[in-house]
Design a protein around this ligand. Structure first.
Ligand code: DQA
Length: 149
């Protein structure tokens, strides 16, 4: 059985492809999912891919990842900047966590410069477009079975 990697996407990422393409590009979330699945097969990772606009749902997927997933890739979207609850859930996960942002949040409004999640992440990928998810999966593949910090 290939190790499971859970790829989580926060609010409004369901609108990828049509939402502010100057920041997020023209790929849809379905395109990103297909790319992740293709790369997962190549890297020997079983990809579980989710998106929700609800904070509790993301938290429950993080809880479900405990004990069964080898790693988490998460783009918490706006919850990055607001959610202690998602940070706490991620703190209870033992494996590597890679935080992804499609846009370069540091080039944008100051409120996007702080992330609650970065403090628990093994790595952060920012401003590489949707290609950031592929970078994150490569990194998780390398980190699996190694300490997360
Ligand atoms: C985002 C950046 C966040 O600031 C924003 O709220 C998002 C997407 C990104 O992928 O660039 O929804 O996480």
């Amino acid at each position: 059985m290939d190790p499971i990697v859970v790829v989580l996407n926060g609010p409004n990422l369901n609108l990828l492809g049509t939402r502010e393409p100057e920041f997020y590009g023209s790929e849809t979330l379905a395109d990103v999912e297909a790319d992740c699945r293709r790369l997962g097969t190549e890297l020997g990772l079983a990809i579980e891919f989710h998106q929700s606009n609800r904070e509790y749902e993301l938290i429950e997927w993080i809880h479900a990842a405990r004990e069964r997933a080898a790693g988490i890739v998460i783009n918490p979207a706006a919850f990055t900047h607001t959610s202690v609850a998602i940070l706490d859930a991620l703190n209870a996960f033992e494996g590597p966590i890679i935080e992804v942002h499609i846009s370069n949040v540091h080039k944008r409004e100051p409120f996007r410069h702080h992330s609650y999640v970065s403090g628990v992440a093994s790595g952060v990928i920012v401003g590489c477009g949707t290609q950031g998810y592929a970078f994150a999966l490569h990194r998780i593949a390398k980190l699996i079975d190694k300490p997360k910090r």
